[in-house]
Design a protein around this ligand. Structure first.
Ligand code: ZN
Length: 411
């Protein structure tokens, strides 16, 4: 016989004991506490929730609860807005075999009215809810991850070949603060690959052109321009303002400077390098993996390595490597996946081959070992004379290659 709503609720009340918000709070304060399960809809949870609660909307309960609470003996206290849906949810949980289930009387409204602690996640604007909707669908990102992205501060060294795609995708993903270090102006020869810039901006400072493009794409992003050449004088001041550094600028003095500054400030350096048809990407982040000096202790002699301006680069290649750098930065921000720390992706575009090389730390590294010999920043161009770059001002914005390819190691 069909049941009425009242009958169903009466049955639920008999099957699922109710506890007061104060009792829930007391249990939560104990070292070993029950799982508090919020069964409200997403937009309700956005207005605030019980700190530490596991959120599974009522409509997804049967599908998701086994993953969230695998042990069916785990005590669960369910709550909703007013205490009705949580009773019904409790009944389902009992049917699923959870033995110790109760429901919070009066729901979140009662909890809040008693002045008990409430946690509120970042509030997204209606536009942001649409803009980042594809991120929200991924459990690995979700609203919590998107909030991390919006709070993150990433510095791109160079707004050129690698910096363009990296900054472009970081901005699209909603990385809230992007810094750009580049003292170049846009040149016609850049436009074959440096996609932040446009024909009508030739002669404009690259940081200014980049800012226009990035903010047109996503007004959420704050772009900080550093129209200066990275040096021992300004590296700490600039780097300190950011969580992660993306290196898209590969003259050797800057490469060593960026590495040493990141090691000393304990910040991850997402590195990229390109050479004609070959690209490499890795993350230098000791002590989990090596730094650049572990692989290449000293810069090559002046003139030993030609720059991209001299050797050429396939236009699409920095796009691929720069996107890998953006991806690695986003993984680090989210704390998801396995970063390219201690591994280097090597891409050969003509043969369409991708290899991953294992990289090892040098226990005697001059900068990241326990007993470093390099303890302050060095301006190598002062004596090694490597200008590099499109215009010889020291900022090769294409990320020229490493002095020699790293050797694969066992494993
Ligand atoms: Zn090192």
């Amino acid at each position: 016989m069909a049941k009425t709503y009242k009958q169903i609720m009466d049955e639920a009340r008999q099957a699922v004991p109710e506890v007061s918000p104060e009792q829930v709070k007391a249990k939560l304060d104990q070292a070993k506490h029950p799982v508090v399960l919020d069964v409200r809809e997403k937009d309700e949870v956005r207005q605030g929730y019980v700190p530490g609660a596991v959120v599974i909307p009522r409509g997804f309960l049967e599908m998701r609860v086994e993953e969230a609470v695998p042990d069916r003996k785990t005590p669960i206290i369910a709550y909703c807005g007013s205490g009705t849906r949580s009773l019904l949810a409790g009944r389902i949980l009992k049917e699923l075999g959870y033995s110790d289930v109760s429901s919070m009387r009066g729901g979140f409204t009662a909890w809040k009215n008693l002045g008990l602690p409430v946690k509120e996640d970042r509030q997204f604007t209606p536009e942001q809810l649409i803009r980042y909707s594809r991120h929200f669908l991924l459990p690995e990102v979700g609203e919590v991850g998107q909030a991390k992205l919006l709070d993150a501060k990433v510095l791109c060294i160079g707004a050129g070949g690698l910096g363009s795609p990296a900054a472009f995708y970081l901005a699209a993903a909603g990385v809230g603060t992007l810094g750009l270090v580049d003292m170049d102006t846009v040149d016609l020869s850049n436009l074959q690959r440096q996609i932040l810039h446009t024909n009508d901006r030739i002669g404009m400072p690259k940081t200014e052109s980049a800012k226009l493009t990035l903010q047109a794409l996503n007004p959420d992003v704050k772009v900080l321009e550093f129209r200066e050449r990275l040096s021992s004088e300004n590296a700490f001041r600039i780097f300190e303002q950011f969580d992660i550094v993306v290196n898209g600028c590969d003259n050797f003095p800057t490469r060593y400077l960026a590495n040493d500054a990141c090691v000393m400030l304990k910040k991850p350096l997402v590195d990229g390098a390109i050479w004609q048809f070959e690209g490499q990407a890795t993350v230098f982040y000791p002590p989990q993996g090596p730094c650049y000096r572990c692989l290449f202790p000293e810069p090559p002699p002046p003139g030993a390595v030609p720059s991209c301006a001299e050797a050429g680069v396939l236009g699409v290649l920095p796009g691929i490597v720069g996107c890998v750098q953006a991806l690695e930065a986003i993984k680090l921000i989210l704390g998801q996946g396995t970063p390219l720390i201690g591994r280097m992706m090597h891409l050969e575009t003509l043969s369409a081959e991708v290899r991953f090389l294992k990289l090892r730390r040098d226990p005697k590294c001059a900068v990241c070992s326990d007993h470093p010999t390099v303890t302050k920043l060095i301006d190598y161009e002062m004596f090694c004379g490597l200008g590099g770059g499109d215009n010889g001002n020291g900022a090769d914005p294409d990320g020229g290659h490493h002095p020699e390819p790293p050797r694969p190691t066992a494993g």
